[in-house]
Ligand binder design. Structure first.
Ligand SMILES: C[S@@+](CC[C@H](N)C(=O)[O-])C[C@H]1O[C@@H](n2cnc3c(N)ncnc32)[C@H](O)[C@@H]1O
Length: 266
């Protein structure tokens, strides 16, 4: 146990655009004595909010033990540490192992949520991931790589649902992604969007279908920091006059509003 007044904040740094930081994340970065940021995915503009004299460290060349040693040494001195992760820390943030070490050391910590790249991508695509009568489910997943997928979570298993799918960490294996997705669930003409470095100045959107997206990604030479989003939700031709959600429908009664037409559907 460490006897300390220090604290660690695990901060969601958002997808890249500093304006997508939460006010809380910004305040914590401004007040931290030590700022450790995932510099492969979090741009330097985010740590420019650090106060004068703060120690600012990029973590891309550090292993977990080295990062945790920095954090524990800082809190022993009563310092506040901001550990900035990309997007939201709960999605492929590898925070479990950090939290275990902090818990074992008796260090107080708090998680500050952030805007996941998935939601920043939905915004730039002008998409709603949950489309009435098309998809009411979003699966966030990845292609199996060095990390083995648990039973029933291979892409081909998940594809069977045919819903909106957001695939992280898989852009280098596009051909295999497409093969797995088309082996069950999705047809070759299923819309796909690949969003590269959303929120960064070199952001790029590639749209296509499962038939042509792998070739388009290859041609664009994208090999990192991209999301693959699959399903009708990213169909640029999605019928805008199609099915609508009940939520704001005039003939839908709910707790806060009466239906205008009076048929009282609820
Ligand atoms: C280690 S995961 C972190 C995900 C992050 N926690 C989130 O919520 O966005 C890194 C992967 O997230 C995706 N990613 C992260 N930032 C991105 C961005 N700005 N644009 C597109 N994809 C991004 C890519 O698939 C990348 O390989």
């Amino acid at each position: 146990m460490i006897d300390t007044q220090g604290k660690v904040y695990i901060v969601g740094g958002g997808p890249g655009d500093p304006e997508l930081l939460t006010l809380k994340a910004k305040r914590i970065i401004e007040s931290a004595d030590v700022v450790i940021f995932a510099d492969s995915l979090v741009p330097p503009q985010i740590v420019e909010f650090a106060k004068d004299g703060a120690q600012v460290i990029g973590s891309s060349e550090l292993n977990l033990d080295q990062i945790m040693e920095l954090e524990l040494n800082a809190v022993k001195e009563g310092k506040v540490v901001a550990r900035i992760q990309s997007g939201d820390p709960s999605i492929y943030g590898a925070i479990l192992e950090q939290m275990r070490i902090l818990d074992d050391a008796g260090v107080e910590f708090e998680i500050i949520p952030g805007v996941s790249a998935a939601f920043a991508a939905a915004a730039v695509l002008k998409s709603e991931f949950t489309v009435p009568e098309k998809s009411q489910t979003v699966i966030m997943t990845r292609m199996e790589g060095r990390v083995a997928m648990p039973e029933g979570e291979q892409l081909k298993d998940l594809a069977a649902h045919g819903c909106t799918m957001v695939i992280f960490l898989s852009i280098t294996r596009m051909t295999k992604v497409v093969r797995e997705l088309t082996s069950s669930g999705y047809t070759e003409d299923t819309p796909v969007a690949v969003v590269y470095r959303v929120g960064w100045s070199d952001e790029l959107i590639i749209r296509g279908t499962l038939k042509d997206i792998a070739a388009k990604v290859r041609a664009a030479k994208i090999t990192l920091q991209a999301l693959i989003i699959v399903g009708d939700a990213v169909d640029p031709g999605l019928d805008r006059g199609g099915a609508v959600s009940h939520l704001y429908s005039a003939d839908y009664t709910h707790r806060y509003r009466k239906a205008v037409s009076g048929n009282g559907k609820s």
